[in-house]
Design a protein around this ligand. Structure first.
Ligand code: DX5
Ligand code: ZN
Length: 212
């Protein structure tokens, strides 16, 4: 299992939090971008995000919680992220958005909220590299893991296996050393507050790996 650390909830400022994540063996930095429309909070300005992240050494795993994700792709592509993931609920232009991300040679992820039917993903699963299952309602760090995510995960594993597909499965929200045990076979775990509100980021990452 790979680990993607979100810097959204931390006791330090964003820069210091990113520096601390860089010192661990986490696989990715998870970049949560919220537009104040798809989710209530707004937390970015594109120019600032690109400036902040352009010198980061870890691979970037960008999670767009925005309407019309397609309009952000040209700017975010400058960061050469490993993944850009957008929400199936956020746009009518799902295929166009997938194509736009692929044109930039970036892996594409599709995210799904806890109360969206997993079968809505089916038409797109052979075109994406990743599915991000939300285990909280998107918008805030530090929420409790929603058990609905476990059935989403099991259904998706079965669909992947039955259809010989190869997308990765990532889960985001309320992941800690207990909830990680509920999702064996998960490919990528996102962790925000469990890692970033502690004094020892590496120890928390180790706990996630040991309990999986
Ligand atoms: C929630 C974000 C998450 C969040 C995870 O809307 O997408 O990535 O930062 O934080 P924790 O791990 O604290 O739930
Ligand atoms: Zn996220």
């Amino acid at each position: 299992m790979e680990i993607s650390v979100s810097y959204l909830s931390s006791k330090y400022d964003i820069k210091k939090t990113i520096d601390l994540i860089e010192m661990t063996n986490a696989d990715y930095i998870h970049v949560d971008l919220m537009d104040g429309g798809f989710v209530p909070a707004k937390n970015f300005n594109l120019l600032e995000v690109v400036t902040l992240l352009k010198s980061v050494k870890k691979k970037l795993d960008i999670h767009l919680m925005v309407f019309d994700p397609i309009i952000y792709i040209d700017d975010l592509a400058k960061l050469k992220p490993q993944y850009i993931t957008f929400h199936i609920e956020a746009t009518k232009d799902i295929v166009k958005t997938i194509e736009k991300i692929k044109e930039k040679n970036i892996n594409v992820g599709l995210a799904i909220k806890p109360d969206t039917n997993i079968y809505e993903l089916i038409p797109y699963l052979s075109f994406v590299d990743l599915v991000l299952i939300m285990s909280v309602n998107p918008g805030w760090g530090g929420q409790n893991f929603m058990p609905e995510a476990i059935s989403h995960f099991k259904e998706l594993l079965k669909i992947r296996e039955d259809n010989h597909l190869s997308f990765k499965i990532e889960m985001d929200g309320g992941i800690n050393k207990e909830t990680i045990q509920l999702v064996p076979k998960l490919d990528i775990a996102v962790s925000g507050s469990f890692v970033c509100t502690s004094d020892n980021y590496q120890a928390r990452i180790d706990e996630l790996k040991q309990n999986h």
